[in-house]
Design a binder for this molecule. Structure first.
Ligand SMILES: [Zn+2]
Length: 244
């Protein structure tokens, strides 16, 4: 399984980059996880949109779904040009009915609701979802292919369910919106130290820090995570590709 970081900024994209978005590839299966601002342009550097099988959205905040509506137009145009013959499936955890309905774009895109505790198989990739603590409903996810696994926190403040969902994952892709000195000041997100603690408690194989802040020195995030976790820790940016 390959996972390519399309964007790793929180809130808004830096130049030439994007907010949250990750391309999963396994055999002929291609899945986009989150589709934030700037993701659609980056996605086309790594795959033809004709081959995209599904989109999985963690929650409704704009830095995770902004580009999904332009993606709908792209799928419509490719279908009308005869380059694509099947609808794009969009799985989303969105409580607002109108917004959930907006993900349906028949006959080009079909939206399906997902919730904590659900399991989902797309091609040969399996998903399991957990409930987060965030200002809107948000799902963390464990993604498995054969005996390999990725845990993706999406956006959340600390909760013990993250440890179980991430248990033994080969790669923990953890949001890291905050420096340790911000602990307790901003709700709904993890500090670097908490990301490191999560990786240690879950015994993850490696820790990759994402959903990065637009201020401070990112190497400080790595050092703060390493105070809790002795395995490999790295930041991720647009274009990074991991083989799991
Ligand atoms: Zn976010």
């Amino acid at each position: 399984m390959h996972i390519t970081t399309l964007g790793s900024w929180g809130a808004y994209p830096a130049a030439q980059s994007a907010t949250s978005g990750y391309l999963l590839e396994s055999g002929t299966t291609r899945i986009l996880v989150d589709c934030g601002s700037g993701v659609l342009a980056q996605l086309q550097r790594y795959t033809e949109l004709e081959w995209l099988d599904a989109v999985v959205l963690s929650h409704s905040h704009t830095d995770h779904i902004a580009d999904v509506y332009c993606l709908q137009y792209a799928i419509m145009i490719l279908t009308e040009l005869g380059k694509r013959s099947r609808p794009l499936d969009i799985y989303a955890h969105i409580e607002e009915p109108e917004r959930m309905e907006s993900l349906n774009y028949p006959p080009y895109c079909r939206a399906y609701p997902i919730d904590a505790g659900d399991r989902l198989t797309i091609g040969d990739v399996r998903f399991q979802f957990g409930r987060n603590v965030h200002p809107v409903s948000c799902l963390s996810m464990r993604i498995e292919h054969q005996d390999r696994s990725i845990a993706y926190t999406a956006d959340t403040e600390w909760h013990d369910g993250l440890v179980e969902l991430s248990r033994g994952a080969d790669m923990l892709l953890s949001e890291c919106s905050l420096y340790n000195q911000q602990f307790g000041k901003i709700r709904g997100h993890l500090t670097a130290g908490e990301a490191g603690r999560l990786a240690a408690l879950a015994d993850a194989g490696r820790l990759v820090l994402t959903h990065l802040p637009h201020y401070g020195d990112h190497q400080t995030l790595v050092r703060q995570a390493q105070e809790h976790y002795s395995g490999p820790v790295q930041l991720t940016y647009t274009g990074d590709c991991f083989v799991i």
